[in-house]
Design a protein around this ligand. Structure first.
Ligand code: F6P
Length: 358
């Protein structure tokens, strides 16, 4: 008997279901003696032994379904070694559930924090295989995470819609894009949506340069300016502050999010009206785009290959178009940032996009 547990952890994204379907189809095409366990709401399900026994049928018809059939939750890695309010040792509880069910392997779908915990469980002796999910595309070791392209599609669609209204008004439009500490979604949606200014956490902005780019457009007779700003974008001035000083500054003047701060600054330096759009969680919603359906199916099937070979302790990644296994120990705790010197940034600059830094 092959007993496989599944859990989806952290913020959801498109193609989580598609990826699990890929794993199950892959395993069940080779083995009949399979038991499938679905842990509810991420690591919480493993800690509190909250699971459902599933069959391959439960994974059928979900290729295009957004969200996760298992539910998810955020269980911060730094709290994993801290007992819960009832004094339960979470790590021991997870190991207990795994061994009680006699699992051969745990398939974990998640992003950065999730991978730290997955690696810890591997170190604790569990057989773990992970799949790289997140709209942020910030997981080290893979060229692409599933969810990313779907989020880019949605953020691009938002910018496209803003474009049509922008042409009717002389305004500055700010669209705030998700991505946590990195700017992948903003960069791609910004280019795809024809944003005039793109602000990323990896390239701290100078307000003077942003205003210069807005004024240059106005002087060239362009009625509007579209700014795609990453939720983690930061000014040069703030980037130079220590973490403590930055926190103190942010506590003095709280903005709902970076777009509001930027809008206030631009408003004070130009005579243009500013409008803000925050698509927020719509970027994680809906059906996965075809690219993500293909990527997640391939990654899922590649995970199945590893499970069938009993080759555990890896994240399944995509590198140069090929699936490959990357040791979990190498992935855990590392972020993949946009490289400000990469050709995509150079090419974007060449087409006239300002990154607000020069
Ligand atoms: O990691 C995915 C993500 O959508 C980030 O882009 C964003 O910063 C965060 O999750 C939002 O988290 P939550 O859904 O917990 O508000």
């Amino acid at each position: 008997m092959l007993r496989v547990g599944f859990l989806t952890s952290g913020g959801d994204c498109q193609a989580l279901n598609a990826a699990m379907r890929g794993v199950v189809k892959g395993i069940c095409s080779k083995r009949d003696d399979v038991e499938l366990y679905g842990f509810q709401e991420g690591y919480k399900g493993l800690i509190y032994s909250n699971f459902k026994m599933l069959t391959s049928r439960d994974f059928s018809g979900i290729l295009t379904v957004g969200g996760t059939i298992l539910g998810t939750s955020r269980q911060p890695f730094k709290l994993m070694r801290v007992p819960d309010e009832d004094g339960i040792d979470k790590v021991e509880a997870m190991k207990h559930t795994y061994h009680k069910l006699n699992l051969d392997c745990l398939v974990v779908l998640g992003g950065n924090g999730t991978h730290k915990t997955a690696n810890m469980l591997r170190e604790e002796g569990l057989h773990v295989i992970t799949l790289p999910k997140t709209i942020d595309n910030d997981l080290w070791g893979t060229d692409m995470t599933f969810g990313f392209q779907s989020a880019v599609d949605i953020a691009t669609d938002t910018i496209d819609k803003i474009h049509t209204t922008a042409t009717s008004h002389s305004r500055v439009f700010i669209i705030e894009v998700m991505g946590h500490k990195v700017g992948w979604v903003t960069l791609h949606a910004g280019i795809a949506g024809g944003a005039d200014i793109i602000l990323l956490p990896e390239i701290p902005y100078d307000l003077k340069a942003v205003v210069k780019a807005i004024n240059a457009r106005a002087a060239a007779g362009k009625k509007f300016t579209i700014i795609a700003v990453a939720e983690g974008a930061i000014s040069k001035e703030d980037a130079e502050l220590s973490k403590k000083k930055l926190k103190e500054k942010q506590e003095k003047k709280k903005y709902p999010s970076v777009a509001y701060e930027l809008a206030e600054k631009i408003q004070s330096k130009t005579d243009q009206e500013v409008r803000i759009t925050v698509p927020g969680h719509t970027q994680r919603g809906g059906s996965p785009c075809p690219y993500d359906r293909v990527l997640s199916t391939r990654l899922g099937a590649a995970a199945a290959e590893l499970i069938l070979k009993e080759d555990y302790g890896y994240m399944v990644a995509i590198k140069n178009g090929e699936t490959k296994k990357v040791p979990l120990a190498e992935v855990a705790g590392k972020l993949k940032y946009v490289d400000p010197k990469s050709s995509i940034i150079r090419e974007a600059r060449l087409t006239g996009i300002s990154f607000g830094d020069e």
